[in-house]
Design a protein around this ligand. Structure first.
Ligand SMILES: [Zn+2]
Length: 285
């Protein structure tokens, strides 16, 4: 009898740990958000591979099969996943793809009419997306309403705290020093939130071609504004930024631009890594 009770308890615990809804995610930061907002009611399936490159990733047949077993598939949206329509066509009608970035207002890359898709670099945008996620989870599993409300409040508080830490960290950086020169155009949402000017050497992805005229213009601007530090994406090659830095007398530091860096597990760690490097790079005591 005791053995039977133990077996039943083990089975109950297994069922509980599996969650009531299966949510597949196309970005590690969205997986992180789903775990906090969804709590015990959600089982998260990560489709993005460890060490994957965001702008080059495409789901494999195994990923499509895993997504098909989920009620929701979380995507960044804003064009980050160019394969999304194909994925949608391959999934059963019981699986819905939710583009959480669709709820975040566009921020244009300075001097262009191109919306920067890297919205996760803004904690306010993440907070907004977590509210959209909560609504989607409630729609899928109304009985989890209380859990999702509690999880979303917790997530919002985390984002508010990170925002507060960043604002305080940037206080010593004078307004004219608030220039964030990055290897690809990924920090427009961040810059808008924290009062920086974004300059990108490449376009939305590191692979985008930069032209010679714009590079000459950037060099002239960096010299004129006496920029002290340039930032390269941890997943991008630092060589171009190091070459430019040597020409304008600046240093270089890494930033996690695409929200993916296996050495740092959570959104908090990634965000604080970026805040710390920006402060060290731009605030010279
Ligand atoms: Zn990017």
């Amino acid at each position: 009898m005791k053995k039977l009770l133990c077996a039943m308890l083990a089975l109950m615990l297994t069922l509980a740990s599996e969650g009531s809804i299966k949510v597949a995610s196309l970005h590690p930061l969205l997986s992180d958000m789903a775990r906090v907002v969804g709590g015990n009611e959600v089982e998260v399936v990560d489709l993005f591979p460890a060490n994957g490159e965001l702008h080059a990733f495409e789901p494999t047949a195994a990923d499509v099969a895993a997504a098909a077993g989920a009620e929701l598939v979380l995507a960044c949206g804003k064009g980050v996943e160019p394969y999304l329509q194909d994925l949608r066509d391959s999934l059963p009608s019981t699986t819905r793809i939710v583009e959480l970035g669709a709820t975040v207002p566009d921020v244009f890359i300075p001097g262009t009419r191109i919306a920067d898709p890297h919205w996760w670099n803004s904690p306010s945008a993440m907070k907004r997306a977590s509210r959209a996620l909560r609504t989607e989870l409630e729609r899928t599993f109304p009985a989890g309403r209380e859990t999702f409300a509690k999880g979303q409040r917790l997530y919002s508080r985390k984002m508010d705290e990170l925002r507060r830490i960043a604002v305080l960290s940037f206080v010593p950086i004078e307004q004219e020093k608030r220039i964030l020169v990055c290897s690809h155009a990924a920090m427009s949402h961040f810059c808008k939130e924290f009062g920086f000017t974004a300059i990108a050497v490449h376009g939305v992805a590191q692979e985008s071609e930069g032209d010679t005229a714009s590079l000459a213009r950037i060099l002239s601007q960096l010299r004129q504004q006496k920029v002290t530090c340039l930032f390269y994406g941890v997943n991008d090659s630092p060589k171009i930024m190091q070459t430019i830095a040597s020409q304008v007398g600046a240093t270089t530091r890494p930033l996690v631009l695409d929200g993916i860096y296996p050495a740092l597990g959570s959104y908090e760690e990634i965000f604080l890594f970026n805040v710390g490097n920006i402060r060290k790079g731009l605030f010279l005591e």
